[in-house]
Design a protein. Sequence first.
Lengths: 229, 229, 229, 229
Amino acid sequence: MNRIKIPIILVNFKTYAEATGKNAVRLSKTAEEVSQETGVNISVAPQLADLKSVCDTVSIPVFAQHIDPILPGSSTGHVLLESVKEAGAIGTLINHSERRLKLSAIEAIITRTRDANMISVVCTNNAAVSEATAALKPDIVSLEPPELIGTGIPVSKSRPEVVTETVALVRHVNPCVVTLCGAGITKGEDVAAALKLGTKGVLVASGIVKAKDPRKVFMEFAEAVLSTE
Amino acid sequence: MNRIKIPIILVNFKTYAEATGKNAVRLSKTAEEVSQETGVNISVAPQLADLKSVCDTVSIPVFAQHIDPILPGSSTGHVLLESVKEAGAIGTLINHSERRLKLSAIEAIITRTRDANMISVVCTNNAAVSEATAALKPDIVSLEPPELIGTGIPVSKSRPEVVTETVALVRHVNPCVVTLCGAGITKGEDVAAALKLGTKGVLVASGIVKAKDPRKVFMEFAEAVLSTE
Amino acid sequence: MNRIKIPIILVNFKTYAEATGKNAVRLSKTAEEVSQETGVNISVAPQLADLKSVCDTVSIPVFAQHIDPILPGSSTGHVLLESVKEAGAIGTLINHSERRLKLSAIEAIITRTRDANMISVVCTNNAAVSEATAALKPDIVSLEPPELIGTGIPVSKSRPEVVTETVALVRHVNPCVVTLCGAGITKGEDVAAALKLGTKGVLVASGIVKAKDPRKVFMEFAEAVLSTE
Amino acid sequence: MNRIKIPIILVNFKTYAEATGKNAVRLSKTAEEVSQETGVNISVAPQLADLKSVCDTVSIPVFAQHIDPILPGSSTGHVLLESVKEAGAIGTLINHSERRLKLSAIEAIITRTRDANMISVVCTNNAAVSEATAALKPDIVSLEPPELIGTGIPVSKSRPEVVTETVALVRHVNPCVVTLCGAGITKGEDVAAALKLGTKGVLVASGIVKAKDPRKVFMEFAEAVLSTE
């Protein structure tokens, strides 16, 4: 996993109005500015229809939010790896809690991303699922207890033992797999807590996208990363 | 339905390699050229990651291949109407045989497109489903018997009675709904046959995308349209 | 639709513990007793694993909660019409809000039930979907606004205009299709209100299954039916 | 895994007409007779609507074909663990290739079966997925390459290296997890080959259900098991 710099702050734009279309490009620029100022890796995952605009505008790493386990062909309305790669994405989220996938599909997508030299970020809901996922050799496992998503209750502070267990299990199965955590991350101290628990960064959405001043929150997150190094 | 010119030749790019990324833009330009030369409405439905590039390049109508029945918010990996509209799409395919949807989702998506002044093209698999769909008041119903898709056996010639029945049922339920047909359309005579059966055009994919010379097939289709007027 | 006596009180056992296994058989017996005492048609829809026990025990009509659009063959873990018919079910719920189906599946299942001389009860979420469903010629359409299910706020009293509109639309599309309504039905007056709005009965679940004294509620419902005749 | 006797011949009845209703009971009796005559563990997985009849008739282990990751409550048309347990099933198939599940659902179902002291048999499509599944600590992993199902080309003879790799990976992750294999098993020698590769039995469907003389095939399979001990 030397294809991406860690620690990483990965921002999922979901389908928020504040991160759709022109707003997606603007928010990505803010991410890029803070990343360049601080040297911290900030990456973004915009919607598919915004992927190319964002990739054409910024130089930070851009991820898709989802791809399907398909090859080029007859799959109307599905997401082809080649389409997001040509648009400029360097990787993709897989199995987000809002887009859960079948086990066989997760395995197939991880294999496809590996063959295409793209980065796979598989979201998981607990320690056991994280351990199983690690066996599939993705680049990154991101633990996100679904019940905390969007709550402002940070997983890194409310469930530290689950994060610690996940980090240990993933490392045991495959030391090359990086662990992130997400859900409820809104403050710099949540990011710092996540790193202290052994993760290599956070997956965040509303904490940035819905913030009154996203730049300020980006800075706070980046400083938290720098302070723990 | 005076928001789109009929008859229409609507090309579904699916996830074909020949219609992904740069290829999608090039094929769309060919469609535009033939449309401008002949005056026949040719529209395209590229993949999501290519939607904005295509919309930014050509002036013919561009459709999404799918949208989800969601509002802006927390729907990672799903397709938001607002994202495809801002990218430049004027409408969307719904319920393609490769992306079948729940009945309640189809109704919700049609309502969303209507509220957003976008054009809804609902794909159906037989006459009964077409009749039910027409009751939901989409702009367009496109009959595509799944067993004929990609076969080169044109629905308009092998199943004329199903097309005729569909046109009649849809018209009876709601005279404002336009009927197209698709599946197996590869020649100008297939297009002419479709129009003679009462449809207002065709939904085509491999017949164009996989053709050795797409421009030639586009011309043949356009001439078939002109010859039946 | 002279295969089933109307008005009908149709009880969906869902997967409630109070209506699983032996409890399902006992609740069905109570339904049968009240039905025999009052002459009102009370029918039950237990879980699949309880279907045969219930059918073997009571003589009232028994419905499945779901079947899949499949033919006999290789469909592990799916529900075959022939299996529920041989177990003794006379019909099936289709497209319940907790088990929404694709439009093409709904049409295929209705066709299968018709061919097997079984009764199809398609659940719908609003008037537009009910109208579309009626075009597919099921025996029964049951309107259940999902936001009211399990609330105790009866659709027949809180949304009378939606019920009236649904009854009118369904009748207009196909006068042979019977309309029921459900969601929030807990009292006799809710049943009476439903019948006065033009429905031919109710689909009820927690109102009966979760009642302290289901027999008492059954009696109240039956008397409401008798009082409106 | 001392809750079930190994080696095991586990017969999936799918939704075959030959194994529906009365036929399911009859085939289960044949399985029981051969099991009693030979002392080999033969278990059956009938459809849900037949589960109780089969459990009431035979004393061999009976499995469900699928359960859903739900608790008692509002899940119309879904399969509740408690319902199949009360009907007499001692375990369930999970994630069959014809009923693939989300990773999070597989984990939740395994946990539910463990808490209920039921046996979990998770089907997998390749070695990598089997390894990941083993990390979830089911009782049994059953490798079934989907492309061989129903072909008569036995996985144990055409893909011995995949079977061997799966057995090794599963054992490495968790020595308590038993590995079976399936797909294309029609002869005693296929069963013997499976056991020699390190599996503890086979998951079979059409090889038994579609056989002209299922008793004869059962005997052949049982003798193959005995010959390898």
